[in-house]
Design a protein around this ligand. Structure first.
Ligand code: GLN
Length: 469
């Protein structure tokens, strides 16, 4: 069977009896089996997917199928799906089964998407390489000695390796866009508040957004059209009307800014910089205006992000206490040892580091020096970003300073790992939508992505420009 990169093509071939949905599901199941070494899936719902394929094939025949009929998708392991396991790739949630579905899962199912399994990620979405999963590394399909990126590593590799058509990930500081860039696929973080977080296992609630990873911008737009919108169960969702994402509007001639401090950052890989500059030249040649702007706050975004997100994480993760759900230590003898031992045994090293860091920055003596200062940086970043976007339609940058790195290369130095988030955390601090699009191949053979950041809730224009790139 050929490799499909859009749902439109699949629907067309089903309509014309070239393929059946059952055949397509089997094709993906075979690919998952053949590419088991990548460790992208933590669990595959083979029988359910086959049964759903039969039902939806019939609906297609009757003309009653939903918008996503024919779309086979995977879910990051931090998105809850009723009566299915969700572990956030953590031992502390081993065996836990969701008692309800995330709003986005209900919306996807209502439009006849088929969920084929749950995908490996960094523990509680904390990481940039998937090396923090309790269930092992995810290998990059372009080079198995390199990381997938993270934290939605399984979600990116599943699309890259053709294990399903699209996936859902979550992005707190780049976790959709960075692995998408490392794997040569499209990843989109919507505006904060555009997509319901109900049923997403929280990392840092004022940053987290769910979004799609796909082979095409077109499929990203289709999925967004289904999952976006106000949700009574998530008070941070916006009541704003959802734009018509699909079909994408015609791309206009835009004004695009690129950040000088990003592109000419001392940590930038020379070839990634060259590929980005080539894209800028191409955009200019196509009639867009592309200009350099200054964003002196760039060096503050990573420290501010790690102060604020660890603070929120230390609070969010306090619910994993060994009492209500998940792992309870067998060595516990009373309430206090239940908390201490269950958490000590259940959480991995990076999650513990962040809980401690977050507890520290929120502690009475240090609150003003760290947490409240980081909040001020957040406001400034928002204001500066809005100022640039009052003069330009989009901000362009590399997604990451380099390509997918080798296993172990950064995992012993957390600060080095954190600094690699420099271009992605910006959009989560400010709340703006941002997309990662494949831009070329590095001389080392790995994919390179570029990022476009757009105006708040102005996602269709962002997707339209991304489509032309
Ligand atoms: N790499 C970032 C981190 O480790 C981003 C994670 C995310 O977006 N979930 O926090």
């Amino acid at each position: 069977m050929e490799r499909y990169t859009t749902l439109n093509h699949i629907q067309h071939d089903i309509q014309n009896n070239k393929i059946t949905l059952g055949g397509l599901v089997l094709h993906y199941l075979n690919n998952i089996e053949a590419k088991k070494h990548l460790n992208a899936f933590l669990e595959v719902y083979a029988d359910e997917a086959k049964t759903q394929a039969e039902i939806i094939q019939q609906k297609i025949k009757n003309g009653t199928a939903g918008k996503l009929a024919g779309m086979v998708i995977g879910l990051k392991d931090n998105i809850c799906y009723k009566n299915h396991k969700s572990s956030a790739s953590s031992k502390i949630l081993e065996g836990f089964e969701s008692v309800y579905s995330a709003t986005i899962v209900e919306k996807l199912l209502a439009e006849d998407a088929i969920i084929i399994g749950r995908l490996n990620c960094d523990e509680f979405a904390m990481g940039a390489s998937n090396e923090n999963s309790a269930y092992g590394n995810v290998l990059n399909d372009a080079d198995n000695t390199r990381v997938s990126g993270g934290s939605s590593g399984g979600s990116a590799v599943a699309v890259q390796a053709n294990l399903c058509l699209a996936t859902l990930g979550s992005d707190t500081g780049g976790s959709i866009r960075q692995p998408a860039a490392f794997c040569g696929v499209v990843g989109f973080k919507p505006t904060y508040g555009r997509v319901s977080r109900y049923g997403l296992i929280a990392y840092a609630s004022s940053f987290d957004q769910i979004g799609p990873i796909a082979n095409s911008v077109e499929d990203v737009a289709l999925i967004m059209g289904v999952i976006a919108g106000k949700d009574e169960k998530d008070a941070t969702t916006s009541p704003r009307e959802v734009e018509a994402y699909h079909p994408l509007p015609e791309a206009k001639k835009y004004k695009i800014a690129y950040i000088k401090e990003a592109l000419f950052h001392p940590g930038m890989d020379e070839d990634v910089k060259t590929i980005t500059l080539q894209k800028i030249d191409k955009l200019k040649a196509e009639g867009h205006t592309v200009e350099e702007v200054s964003f002196p706050l760039l060096d503050t975004v990573v420290p501010a992000y790690y102060v604020m997100t660890t603070a929120e994480a230390s609070s969010n993760l306090s619910r994993f206490s060994g009492l209500l759900y998940g792992h309870r230590s067998k060595a516990a003898t009373n309430l206090e040892t239940t908390f201490k031992k269950s958490r000590s045994e259940g959480f991995g090293a990076e999650v513990k580091r962040r809980i401690m860091l977050g507890t520290f920055v929120l502690s009475a003596g240090f609150y003003d020096a760290y947490y409240s200062k980081a909040q001020k940086v957040r406001r400034k970043v928002q204001q500066e970003t809005e100022a640039i976007l009052s003069r330009y339609d989009f901000i362009l940058s590399p997604v990451t300073p380099g390509t997918a790195f080798k296993f172990g290369e950064k995992s012993t130095n957390p600060v080095e790992m954190y600094l690699a988030d420099i271009f992605t955390v910006h959009a989560n601090i400010s709340g703006h939508p941002a997309i990662s699009i494949p831009a070329g191949t590095h001389p080392n053979g790995m994919p390179v992505g570029i990022q476009l950041l757009g105006k708040l809730f102005n996602e269709s224009a962002l997707l339209a420009l991304a489509q032309t790139i």
